[in-house]
Write a protein that binds this ligand. Sequence first.
Ligand SMILES: NC(=O)c1ccc[n+]([C@@H]2O[C@H](COP(=O)([O-])OP(=O)(O)OC[C@H]3O[C@@H](n4cnc5c(N)ncnc54)[C@H](O)[C@@H]3O)[C@@H](O)[C@H]2O)c1
Length: 328
Amino acid sequence: MRVLVTGGAGFIGSHYVRELVSGSYPAFAGADVVVLDKLTYAGSETNLAPVAGRFEFVRGDICDPAVVAEQMRGTDVVVHFAAESHVDRSITGSADFVLTNVLGTQTLLQGALNAGVGRFVHVSTDEVYGSIEDGSWSEDHVLEPNSPYSASKASSDLLARAFHRTHGLPVSITRCSNNYGPYQFPEKVIPLFVTNLIDGKKVPLYGDGLNVRDWLHVDDHCRGIQLVAEGGKPGEIYNIGGGTELTNRELTERLLAATDRDWSYVEPVQDRKGHDRRYSVDISKIAGELGYQPQVDFESGLAATVKWYRDNRDWWEPLKERAQLAKG
Ligand SMILES: NC(=O)c1ccc[n+]([C@@H]2O[C@H](COP(=O)([O-])OP(=O)(O)OC[C@H]3O[C@@H](n4cnc5c(N)ncnc54)[C@H](O)[C@@H]3O)[C@@H](O)[C@H]2O)c1
């Protein structure tokens, strides 16, 4: 079996690859794993160093049809993580988001169709649904993306759906809530706050801090993706969530406690433009059909994550310096 993982050098993709080649997903044991990644600012082969030599790495762009055609040849399963993923960056400039997330996904779908790939998992986000005051989204909820990032992901979801409806390509789509865990680029809220607080720097809290996110450990997300890769129905969409809804203030309080800091380290900043108020996914479909349940309890998952950033300064410090993220 040949498994092609796009974006496998990023946060979630590298977790999936480390688990896959370590045998955590027995149905794919012994698979030939190929990572296709452009290595943008967000991707690094260091993220795959713990499993170096146990997979093939191809540096390439998912927007390049020749590269994609070559890598699709003989591929049985595609797990598609590659994306521009940071909302704030999509607000300051959205061209790369449209290129990679929309054109890149279309190039992959076409390449998979041409090569007769047997299964394609398109990894998407709950942000495509927009923002919800009460209740939770089921998979048939209308798409109302509010940021250029989520709009580009919603566009890619529609292309994936269309390739199934038009061509019968066996694509399944996953839509997941906010992930946390090791190896997350320190521009995202948890690693940014943790690494700033470790260093005694302030953390920027958007607006009134009452925006709600549903947090899921990256290991649970990847297990959900794997369930879909093994048993998801072609053409179907599966929400994946963690069930831990927190306001950003509540999350900040936990991160302050975990790093022995107090509220004097919090600097309220102007709210993000178009900031979604609340995300919440209904996971009853993937739970009922595929037996998914999150397993990592938030308290212990967060404690282990904070410890990982304490223990791995060599990983995050150069990234922060390069991206000039250590404000405060
Ligand atoms: N992080 C989250 O909380 C979250 C939640 C739900 C869904 N998702 C989705 O999961 C996927 C992975 O997210 P992540 O947080 O790991 O992102 P990330 O930004 O950490 O990693 C993205 C990876 O894609 C690669 N990449 C970018 N453009 C590319 C291109 N044109 N060709 C080839 N490779 C390219 C990068 O080099 C990087 O390795 C994304 O599709 C994202 O939309 C993320």
